[in-house]
Ligand binder design. Structure first.
Ligand SMILES: NC(=O)c1ccc[n+]([C@@H]2O[C@H](COP(=O)([O-])OP(=O)(O)OC[C@H]3O[C@@H](n4cnc5c(N)ncnc54)[C@H](OP(=O)(O)O)[C@@H]3O)[C@@H](O)[C@H]2O)c1
Length: 371
């Protein structure tokens, strides 16, 4: 497995507009050519044996997450649907069990409540899961929002909602679940990211976009949260010793027809539905996450990347090939600031990771004590 090299990865002063233009080109390229780029892939993606895996999939009541959960369960994994709408998840399980009946053992799938708009809910989820003292092999941080055209909103924790749901809450969940991920090692954290991170911009002094330095738009909120996730994941990946046995990856699902566009104006939605050739189905959009979660070469590839000078985590594109994330995500200084700022915002001490790896107890402002 080889990642495209980025000779241009050295961040130079004054390239902002060029990078931004390149970012938009990547986005347009993905929209127009993703089907051609992924034409070598089967749909659904054939999965290796996963009977021994326990996987948590956030946001699995809809779109890409729903496909990931169903396919992993049908391939034999123990799947935990981590969702805010438990009723919808139970109804889905019932439907999948009915469709599956007669094809093998009943699906091993359960529901746990998780609302990423509440960091308390994240901490409660992690506490409940860690209390089982069982292994966790794959955490798929899939749940996300893109409130297109909506005014700026804040969670009850005081954070801009895109930043909280798409980056802060998954970061807290990943760190708090470390004890279980170590028990399940070799294990993986998969962050369902987006090609939109190429046009993102993170100001660690203004994570909520309230200073007025940049005008808030939902596009800025979404793309910045996705870039922050790549930067945080890269530092996490870099700081994890090989002995911990945890791989950290980001993936791009492609441009996928899901409920994520629910806030688009009706007229734009109509256009979106008229171009099915360009847009992936959720099943097609689930392939990069499923590949990252199950391909046997992933741990070795992630370890190999640590030898790079630039601390960037593995990034799997919609066609299941390793790719290079944006120029800006290679900015070491900003990545480290994002790491520190994120830990501060999610209420964890700066040495939380090292202490958890050592098996020590870490107290989080949001009430989780993990060992
Ligand atoms: N679709 C695309 O073109 C595209 C492109 C790039 C990246 N992505 C990323 O792919 C991921 C999945 O999105 P999707 O396209 O499948 O969208 P979707 O159909 O809207 O699904 C999003 C899922 O996230 C859940 N969710 C939202 N807010 C939550 C919260 N506060 N707590 C817990 N769960 C929450 C939703 O639950 P409810 O059903 O309860 O709302 C839903 O299950 C996201 O991270 C998105 O950014 C999508």
């Amino acid at each position: 497995m080889r990642r495209e090299t980025a000779s241009s990865s050295k961040k130079k002063e004054g390239l902002g507009w060029i990078e931004w233009g390149r970012g938009w080109l990547c986005l347009i390229q993905e929209m127009l050519f993703q089907r051609i780029m992924a034409s070598h892939l089967q749909n659904p993606l054939p999965l290796p044996p996963v009977n021994d895996l326990t996987c948590i999939v956030t946001g699995s009541t809809s779109g890409i997450g729903r496909e990931i959960a169903r396919q992993l369960a049908e391939a034999g994994a123990h799947v935990v649907m981590a969702v805010r709408n438990s009723k919808a998840a139970h109804e889905l399980i019932q439907k999948w069990q009915n469709e599956w009946s007669g094809r093998g053992l009943p699906l091993n799938i359960e529901v746990m409540e998780l609302d990423l708009l509440s960091l308390d809910s994240v901490a409660r989820f992690a506490e409940a899961w860690n209390a089982r003292l069982g292994p966790l092999h794959v955490l798929i941080n899939n749940a996300g929002i893109f409130s297109i055209g909506e005014p700026q909103k804040f969670s009850k924790d005081g954070y801009e909602e895109h930043m909280q749901v798409n980056h802060l809450a998954p970061a807290l969940l990943s760190v708090l679940l470390f004890p279980s991920l170590i028990r399940g090692s070799p294990s993986r954290i998969i962050n369902v990211n987006s090609v939109m991170h190429y046009v993102g911009f993170v100001d660690t002094e203004d994570m909520n976009v309230v200073s007025g330095k940049k005008k808030y738009t939902s596009m800025l909120g979404y793309s910045s949260s996705k870039l922050a996730q790549v930067m945080f994941s890269s530092v996490l990946h870099r700081r994890l010793p090989a002995e911990a046995g945890i791989s950290v990856l980001c993936v791009s699902p492609g441009i996928v027809q899901t409920n994520v566009a629910r806030d688009l104006p009706k007229i734009v939605q109509a256009g979106y539905h008229l171009i099915p050739y360009f847009i992936f189905s959720p099943q097609e959009g689930s392939r990069s996450s499923l590949f990252a979660a199950t391909d046997p070469q992933i741990p070795e590839y992630c370890e190999m990347l640590k030898a790079d000078n630039w601390p960037v985590c593995a990034y799997i594109s919609q066609d299941c090939r390793p790719t290079n994330p944006s120029e800006e995500s290679h900015n070491i200084e900003t990545s480290h600031r994002v790491w520190e700022k994120t830990l501060e915002m999610i209420g964890l001490p700066s040495d939380a990771l090292e202490r958890l790896i050592e098996g020590e107890e870490v107290t989080c402002r949001y009430g989780a004590n993990c060992e």
